[in-house]
Design a protein around this ligand. Structure first.
Ligand code: NAP
Length: 310
């Protein structure tokens, strides 16, 4: 017999919701999280959260605390700091920290991580001017000339946040097509302290011993290279799914997100995927939580009918 009804990989809101719903549906569950603490991308939300029904947390960490307390109240089983050595998706076994666990069903809730530019200086100057959150780091960046990299909502939102405390903000984007919402674009393009550079690829982030001093960009058309002075650089170029460990085992889309149907079923029997790892239409805690409920419900139904039939 497998050790559990369900093993859940990932301890963000989708994984946590899955574990809670397993309990409600009388399924034994184990949640494994690689990071030292639960929360996933909730821990990257540094602003007040106004659209999660019933709670008005000051930031994602506060929301995570509510979720974790909920798990504790029901004495559910989870482990953090898990080094996942291997996952046999079809066999529904997971090797983690030298132990092997098996289950009747697997829920993959490994989320998505921030994309990296992959240029020199990006990691070197992290914490010395390079940031991935204006909300969190605005005090560190206040009073400085800054660049924001990206063309989506996050880059535009961060540019507007920084323009309140910085004398000059330069938004740098690799094309002239933006993903950001119209209202933020209008505000950014007309803001007296924000300038926008389009069609520019970041080649390097430079600086001295102490901190960042500029961003080297190359014009996508003319190939001219120049340096934009900056004492702070906020990189907001979206997220990518955490699915490398699944390559060849489950069907992924061209960007590496797991393909699912409406019940969160993947291409492999009794294997589900929930939350950001599935590229939901609306990236949000609420969507992730809903996915967890759907997957657990479908698993419970399948296990019930299987045992009735056998
Ligand atoms: P996004 O919408 O995926 O935008 C990412 C941006 O980064 C795109 O403009 C993309 O350019 C660019 N990019 C990607 N890879 C790059 C690379 N290697 N080098 C340079 N540029 C690169 O990501 P996001 O802005 O983080 O938003 C993610 C989701 O969160 C969205 O659904 C958004 O609506 C949501 N969000 C909501 C709020 C809010 O409601 N308050 C705030 C922030 C974000 P291309 O277009 O050329 O690919």
């Amino acid at each position: 017999m497998p050790d559990y009804d369900v093993i859940i990989l990932g301890g963000g809101p989708a994984g946590i919701s899955s574990l809670l719903w397993c309990r409600s549906l009388n399924l034994s569950g184990l949640l494994l999280e690689q990071a030292p603490e639960l929360g996933g991308q909730m821990l990257m939300m540094h602003h007040p959260i106004a659209d999660y029904p019933g709670l008005l947390p000051g930031n994602g960490r506060e929301l995570r605390d509510h979720f974790e307390n909920h798990l504790r109240q029901f004495e559910l089983e989870w482990q953090t700091g898990c080094h996942i050595e291997s996952v046999n998706v079809a066999g529904r076994t997971v090797s983690c920290n030298g132990r092997q666990f098996s289950a009747q069903a697997l829920i993959i809730a490994t989320g998505a991580q921030r994309r990296r530019l992959g240029v020199a200086g990006e990691e070197e100057f992290r914490g010395r001017g390079v940031s991935d959150s204006a909300t969190r780091d605005q005090l560190m960046l206040a009073g400085r000339e800054v660049c924001v990299i990206g063309g989506g909502d996050s880059a535009f939102d961060d540019s507007l946040i920084l323009a309140r405390v910085c004398p000059r903000v330069t938004l740098i984007h690799r094309s002239s097509q933006f993903r950001a919402r119209r209202v933020w674009m209008d505000e950014v393009f007309s803001h007296p302290r924000i300038s926008v550079i389009c069609n520019a690829e970041v080649r390097e982030i430079i600086g001295n011993q102490e901190r960042v001093s500029g961003v080297v960009i190359e014009d996508a058309e003319t190939r001219a290279v120049r340096t934009v002075p900056a004492e702070g650089v906020v990189i907001q170029i979206g997220i990518a799914p955490g699915t490398e460990f699944l390559a060849g085992q489950v069907e992924l889309d061209s960007d590496g997100y797991i393909k699912t149907d409406q019940r969160q079923r993947t291409s492999v029997k009794m294997v589900y995927a929930v939350g950001d790892v599935t590229r939901p239409v609306c990236l949000s805690v609420a969507t992730a939580v809903g996915h967890g409920a759907i997957a657990a419900k479908d698993i419970a139904e399948r296990l019930r009918t299987t045992s009735v039939e056998s």
